[in-house]
Design a protein around this ligand. Structure first.
Ligand code: ZN
Length: 218
């Protein structure tokens, strides 16, 4: 960005909103690989800072912050510096795998917030949820109202499990993934008991096209 040439105008705001929308349309399982480096692209203006977190050239998350008080008086140059300086915090926050997952899933997944209400009465996670609200229980913890096992989101026993299995299974560019690959994709970011059985079940009901072709993709 060239110094002093950018203004946070209504059209810039609209452009930023469009960018956010595009990012939120990214595939549900396009989550970051924490073994790979991240890049941050920042932009600063009179009233705000925007940053995009990328990995392998692919946007993963976006941030914006309205500046107020003393920060408003910084020159544009200083604010760009602030954006870059601030990246350690912004990225550290984003690099909480858990936060990143919540952000992406919430944007993509209709009714995602409702999962939070299902934990308490869930036969798989109800007890754990209660314990975790009093603190961490083993590798289980609650973040932003969601239950996690390490960095994996616990999915209550509801139709969302099947939805996620389908997303993972149908994510192959060349066609549908087999059982082992689908399970690997899913268990990287999600956890629930008997997930493997659910994967087998969904794939078994996926239709002739998949059954005829699965042998070539495992
Ligand atoms: Zn299939």
């Amino acid at each position: 960005m060239k110094k002093g040439t950018f203004e946070w105008t209504p059209s810039a705001e609209r452009a930023f909103e469009t960018l956010k929308k595009k990012l939120c349309e990214a595939p549900i399982l396009a989550l970051p690989n924490f073994d790979q480096p991240f890049e941050v692209e920042c932009d600063a203006s009179g009233v705000g800072v925007g940053a995009v977190l990328l990995q392998g050239g692919r946007p993963i998350a976006y941030f914006s912050e309205k500046l107020g008080g003393a920060r408003m008086r910084y020159s544009t140059y200083d604010k760009e510096f602030y954006a870059v300086e601030g990246k350690s915090n912004v990225v550290a926050d984003a690099l909480s795998t858990r936060h990143c997952m919540i952000t992406i899933l919430d944007a993509k997944f209709l009714g995602f917030e409702l999962l939070k209400e299902l934990y308490h009465d869930d036969e798989d996670f109800g007890g754990l949820m209660k314990k975790c609200e009093e603190g961490v229980d083993g590798s289980f913890m609650v973040q932003e109202g969601f239950l996690f096992k390490g960095n994996k989101l616990c999915v209550p026993k509801c139709s969302h499990r099947r939805f996620l299995v389908k997303e993972a299974h149908q994510g192959g560019l060349a066609g549908h993934f087999g059982v082992a690959k689908t399970y690997d994709i899913l268990r990287e970011h999600f956890y629930w008991p008997k997930m493997f059985g659910d994967v087998k079940d969904v794939i078994a009901h996926c239709g002739a096209y998949h059954r005829a072709n699965s042998q070539f993709r495992e």
